[in-house]
Ligand binder design. Sequence first.
Ligand code: GLN
Length: 189
Amino acid sequence: MIGVLAVQGDFLEHVKMLNSIGSETREIRLPSQLEGLDGLIIPGGESTTIVQLMDIYGFRQRLVECSNQGMAIWGTCAGMIAIAKSLTDPRPVPLGLMDIEVTRNAFGRQVDSFETRLTINEIGAPELDAVFIRAPKVTKTGTNVQILARADDGSPVAVRENKLLATSFHPELTNDTRLHELFLEISSK
Ligand code: GLN
């Protein structure tokens, strides 16, 4: 069972994509609904709002425990910001799950959104169409963090640390289900 955090942002697109590949899916609005999940997706949206709502509903401590107990967690865009260990911005205060430092809105103000093709060995050919929307950049990675893909400027845009996955872009906004399939595989281990 995969949960999609449904407090703000584009959670519905993740739910639809998971359903399309046959995954059992649950929208998560309260910490009690985390019970029994193999994996959780934290979607894109506005990271300050998402983290603020998570704190209001009491997710923070519970998610740290779930992650320690082996639940897979995938943060996309704002979700990547939420699960980082540290940010170069003062807000929000991230959950500190994944050993990465992240800079918000880091691809420049002129190009708020863009699409590019990424090579990701874990999912094979062809390249993945990746949609970036006011996207964050990974500016530091810890020693156990594996870089799955880099943007044209060399910055990591898909990273993995054991059962934690983070992507700067929005795989739920294309028709390519391969990263969701990879997350199902990570969650089932
Ligand atoms: N710029 C947003 C933030 O900092 C993230 C954008 C997104 O999730 N597409 O929260």
